[in-house]
Design a binder for this molecule. Structure first.
Ligand SMILES: Cc1cc2nc3c(=O)[nH]c(=O)nc-3n(C[C@H](O)[C@H](O)[C@H](O)COP(=O)(O)OP(=O)(O)OC[C@H]3O[C@@H](n4cnc5c(N)ncnc54)[C@H](O)[C@@H]3O)c2cc1C
Length: 263
């Protein structure tokens, strides 16, 4: 049960207050969700911290403050279109008005709206420790370690990483997703990331390499069947169906890219 709420005035204060094990209250949509497993004795609110609520362009990157809501990010001219596609996976406008990008990354759910897209483009996070020191970490590395109680200050994404497409599968717009496929193509390079319910989000080197070669549907489906992850069979479909869907989806994304390029 969440017992105490402290409102932080700065990122450093928040990081310091939470160092002993408190949680951060951002949009509260996961913390207050019925059935959420996240419970803290103390919560540090980061909603009023102006420095965490900015979107800035710097060089060829866009830096999105952790407390920026999904809706504010959608309305920002600086946020790239490929990320807006993923932000819209959160179908409820009411929820988009509250939920933050930092909260979404921090939760790192196995049906995450943003994870596959962020991994595909090689996004990074800026973290702050209790002394106020910041460091930047590639999201893949962050996901592997998820340093506890570290404040995520910013999400850093490339402004123009190439062609990025993401597709989310769920029973309805409002339902939890069982598969997200994201492809980032830049010249001869490609990076494919998947989010699979029951598994989580990950980059697939096999599918990335095949996508870079422009492999066809049969090969992509075979590779998806062979991915070394424990895809569950559940109410959303069998393991085989989900693997097939991942391969076919990627094949369609590559075909669409070929068609667009030929126009
Ligand atoms: C009905 C319903 C369905 C949902 N479906 C999905 C779904 O399909 N996919 C999905 O991804 N999410 C889903 N969510 C969860 C949630 O809406 C999103 O993940 C949202 O982006 C979380 O952001 P928040 O700001 O509300 O986080 P909060 O609820 O405020 O915080 C969540 C967690 O993140 C930590 N945190 C927050 N901000 C930071 C920060 N800056 N640094 C470090 N840690 C931080 C908190 O300590 C806490 O542990 C759903 C929620 C509801 C209510």
């Amino acid at each position: 049960m969440d017992e105490r709420l402290v409102i932080a005035a700065s990122a450093q204060e928040a990081a310091k207050l939470a160092a002993s094990g408190a949680g951060y209250l951002a949009g509260g949509t996961e913390l207050n969700r019925l059935g959420s497993k996240l419970h803290y004795e103390k919560l540090v609110s980061i909603r009023r911290i102006a420095e965490l609520a900015k979107v800035e362009a710097k060089g060829d990157e866009v830096r999105i403050g952790a407390a920026v809501t999904f809706q504010d990010a959608l309305q920002s001219e600086l946020v790239p279109a490929y990320l807006k596609e993923a932000l819209l996976f959160m179908g409820s406008r009411t929820k988009r008005n509250m939920a933050t990008v930092g909260g979404n990354v921090a939760c790192w759910r196995d049906d995450s709206y943003l994870a596959a897209t962020l991994l595909a483009v090689g996004a990074s996070v800026e973290l702050m420790n209790e002394t106020g020191a910041t460091r930047r970490l590639g999201l893949e590395e962050w996901a592997a370690t998820q340093p506890e109680h570290r404040l995520v200050c910013r999400l850093i994404v490339p402004a123009k990483p190439g062609r990025v497409v993401s597709k989310r599968y769920a029973n309805t717009m409002e339902s939890l997703s069982y598969l997200v496929v994201s492809l980032c193509q830049d010249g001869d390079a490609a990076r494919v990331a998947l989010t699979v319910k029951g598994v989580g989000a990950f980059v697939s080197p096999e599918l990335s390499e095949a996508a870079a070669r422009g492999a066809g549907e049969d090969e992509l489906v075979e590779l998806a069947y062979g991915l070394d992850v424990a895809v569950p069979s559940d109410m959303y479909g069998s393991e085989r169906y989900k693997r097939y869907l991942a391969g076919v989806t990627l094949a369609r994304m590559l075909e669409d890219g070929g068609r667009d390029g030929a126009r």
